[in-house]
Write a protein that binds this ligand. Sequence first.
Ligand SMILES: Cc1cc2nc3c(=O)[nH]c(=O)nc-3n(C[C@H](O)[C@H](O)[C@H](O)COP(=O)(O)O)c2cc1C
Length: 418
Amino acid sequence: MNVDNFRLQLGAKEYVPIIIGGMGVNISTTELALAAEKLGGIGHISDALVTYVCDRILNTTFVSRKRKKYLQYHNNPDKSAVLFDLEELVEAQKKYIEYTISQKTGNGAIFLNCMEKLTMNNSVPTLKIRLTAAMDAGIDGLTLAAGLNLRTLDLIQDHRRFRDVKIGIIISSVRALSIFLKRAIRLNRLPDYIIVEGPLAGGHLGFGPEDWHTFDLKTIFTEVLTFLKKEALNIPVIPAGGIFTGTDAVDYLRMGAAGVQVATRFTISKEAGLPANVKQHYIDAREEDIVVNMASTTGYPMRMLTESPTLRYAIKPNCEGLGYLLENGGKCTYIDAYYAALAERKSGEPLAVKEKTCLCTGMANYDCWTCCHTTYRLKDTTNRLANGQWQLPKAEDIFRDYQFSSDHTIRLPEIETT
Ligand SMILES: Cc1cc2nc3c(=O)[nH]c(=O)nc-3n(C[C@H](O)[C@H](O)[C@H](O)COP(=O)(O)O)c2cc1C
C-alpha cells in the first residue's frame, strides 16, 4: 500500500493527499508550490514579508520606498509611526499571488500560508488585507497559521469568496481547535481542513519551550479525530511534522488522516528558495545541530540549525523597510534586546545581542535556518556527488517518492552527471 491508494477530498475536488507546507520567507517558492500542483497535490506559498518577496522576484520597490519614507526612525527605538501603506500591501499581495496562480498547469491547488503573528504594527487591517487580496487574486485556499486569531473569519465574512475559498487552520492541540471552532460555528463557516502540527515540525512550534518534547503528533492527531467524532463534525484532518517517508504518511492515512502536510524533505529541492550553499548545510546537519530556542521575537519556540547566522546577529533593527513582526504600537522584543545590549556593552567589546534575533532580516536574508527535527535524515534522501557536494533533488522526485514508495524506502534521485 502507498499514498497513491488514497485521495484527499476537499469539497467537490480530489487531490493526491500530499500538501507541501508553507515555508516563509520564500522557501516554499512559487516554483515549489507549482510542482505539487502540477502533480495533483497542494502546494503552499507564504505571504511572510510579501513586499520583500515581490521586490525580489517581480522587481518592485516596495521595501526601499518604505525604508526611505521612515529613514528618520532608523536610530530610534520607538517604531510606533512605522506603518505599512495599506494600498501598497494590497498591490504586493495581489501581484505575488496572481504571479503564482497564473502559472498553474495541473489539477492540484495553490494555498497561502498566512502567519497571523505577522502583526505589522497594525494587526487587524493588515491581516484583513492579506486575506481579502489573496482571495481577489484567485488563491485556492488560505491556511491560517501561527498566532491563530479567533476573529479572523469575522474579518473576511463579507468577501464574495468567503464560502467558496478553502479555509484551513493549523493547530497543535484540541484546546486551540475547540476555541477556534466555537467562533466558526457561530458564523456557520467551519474550516475545510485542519492541519495538526506536532512538535517535530519546522518553523515556529505551537508548544511551550520547555515541554514541546513531551508531546507527540500521533497522540494529538488521535485526540483531534476523537474530538471531531464526538462533536459530529466531519472535517478533514491533516497531520504534519516529522512525516519523512511515504510509509509514515500511509500510517496516518490508515488511521484516518485525509492527507499529510510535509515540508522538510522539500527544503533541499531545486525549487526551494534557500540558497544552494544553505541547502548543503541542511543536508550535512547532524541531530545535535538542531535546536529549539526562543530567539524568535514572536514569543513562540522555533527550531533551527545551531549554525544559523541569525543566532550571532547584532544588527540594528531593520523595521523601516521590513517591520513585519512589529506588534501594534511598534514594539518588537529584538528592539528591546538590541538597545539593552548597546547600553550594557563595555567599551572596546563587540556588540552581542542575547536571546532574541532580528527575524525579519534573518528570514529575508536566508540567515535563519529553521528546520524540522528530521533534517539530519536528509542525507539519506539524496546522492553525494563526485565533487563532495550533495545533489539537490527535483521537487517532483520527492513528491513521487512520498506518493509511491513503500516499506520506508526512499528512492534516491537519479545521479546527475553534470
Ligand atoms: C524551513 C521551514 C520553514 C517553515 N516555515 C513555516 C511558515 O512560515 N509557516 C508555517 O505555518 N509553517 C512553517 N513551517 C512548517 C511546515 O509548513 C510544515 O507544517 C512542517 O514543517 C511539516 O513537517 P516536516 O517538515 O517534518 O515535513 C516551516 C517548516 C520548515 C521546514
